[in-house]
Design a protein around this ligand. Structure first.
Ligand SMILES: Cc1cc2nc3c(=O)[nH]c(=O)nc-3n(C[C@H](O)[C@H](O)[C@H](O)COP(=O)(O)OP(=O)(O)OC[C@H]3O[C@@H](n4cnc5c(N)ncnc54)[C@H](O)[C@@H]3O)c2cc1C
Length: 328
């Protein structure tokens, strides 16, 4: 006799913890994989520090990890604890669908079965390479003098000198939005050795705002205090961009391997297509958070999509149980 979980949640970031929380509060049993240490390192959740764009979320040192740990502790101390099968520091290695069930193999080789899956494996921002390495950027990213997310940290550029690192038209639009919202005192766009792919209409606006495009590769980041103070970028051609803050706008890597293994439909950027409830093209497979196509890639949108998925599954489970009750 194999144990069949009604719900399995994969991923322990914003979406995964909310999906688990909602599933448990709906009184459904939940098998929850938060991800191996390797999975966690490549997730966004681990790298988010201070969260300033969500009311009452200001005081955490690690804005996703700490509240998530509090939620899981609360569940474990609540009358609903019996519903949670928490696989801490364990990731999902592979997943297949067989006889209407998901067969899930974890990173330690254990096999589990579930009726429904909420997949929340997230995305990661593409990092710039400086002299062939991503390492020079890390201290600045940790200190948030180099940022990634407009909605989270765009307000940091108010009254500052800014550089956006990127070469696509998306990077140009990030720059235009930052300029129009916060009116920084100086604006550089560093393509870091790549040919700019800015479109004609975007170029016109960039010119209007006196944005300086520099194409030479970045040779060195200037700063102090382990990234706490950014002073600028030295380029290989000897030019310097003196700035106080920078944004990286190079796109995202989508962790869609497991969804792909199940044959879920993806959009052109690799995000998993789903309806409003998060149901993908694979029956029983739901997605939530950054992995889902057409979302804002924010903590609160991850929460909302996770609640939608857990509630949609709960409705299906109740209908199935009711049917058995009516005609056993
Ligand atoms: C630097 C930075 C700052 C940010 N600041 C803010 C902010 O201030 N406000 C805001 O609203 N948003 C912010 N964001 C965006 C926010 O981090 C994301 O929108 C949010 O984390 C998305 O949640 P998620 O659960 O989809 O993905 P994540 O939080 O990235 O979680 C993904 C999870 O999946 C797990 N995982 C991956 N693969 C597997 C596997 N095979 N098996 C099991 N588990 C797996 C990982 O371990 C991880 O737990 C920021 C992002 C960055 C990069």
């Amino acid at each position: 006799m194999k144990k069949i979980y009604p719900v399995c949640v994969i991923g322990g970031g914003s979406a995964g913890v909310m999906a688990t929380h909602r599933t448990i509060l709906n009184n459904d049993e939940c098998l929850f994989f938060s991800g191996s240490l390797k999975d966690k390192k490549r997730s966004r959740a681990l790298w988010v520090k201070k969260v300033e764009n969500i009311p009452a979320h200001f005081n955490y040192q690690k804005g996703i990890e700490e509240p998530n740990a509090e939620v899981l502790k609360w569940i474990n101390e609540s009358p609903f604890a019996k519903n949670l099968q928490y696989k801490n520091n364990i990731g999902v290695h592979s997943i297949i669908k067989k006889d209407n069930l998901f067969e899930i193999t974890d990173s330690k080789g254990e096999v589990y079965w579930a009726q429904y899956v909420i997949m929340c494996t997230g995305v990661m921002d593409v990092q710039p390479y400086i002299q062939g390495s991503m390492v020079p950027i890390f201290n600045y990213a940790n200190a948030q003098t180099i940022d990634y997310c407009l909605l989270c940290d765009g307000h940091h550029v108010l009254g500052k000198k800014v550089a956006v690192i990127g070469h696509g038209n998306g990077a140009a639009w990030v720059s235009i939005l930052l300029q129009e919202r916060y009116n920084p005192t100086e604006f550089f766009i560093l393509t870091n050795g790549e040919k700019p792919q800015f479109q004609e209409d975007t170029l016109k606006i960039m010119k209007l705002y006196n944005m300086k495009v520099m194409e030479s590769p970045i040779k060195e980041i200037l700063g102090e205090g382990k990234g706490k103070m950014l002073k600028g970028f030295v380029l290989e051609n000897g030019e310097t961009a003196n700035v106080d803050i920078s944004f990286v706008a190079l796109g995202m890597i989508v962790y869609n391997e497991l969804a792909n293994e199940l044959g879920a439909a993806l959009d052109e950027r690799g995000f998993v297509k789903a309806d409003e409830a998060g149901l993908t093209s694979v029956p029983g497979l739901y997605v939530a958070g950054d992995l889902k196509a057409n979302t804002k890639k924010q903590i609160y949108t991850a929460w909302d999509s996770a609640v939608n998925a857990a509630n949609a599954i709960n409705m299906k489970l109740r209908v199935e149980r009711r049917a058995k009750f009516i005609s056993p």
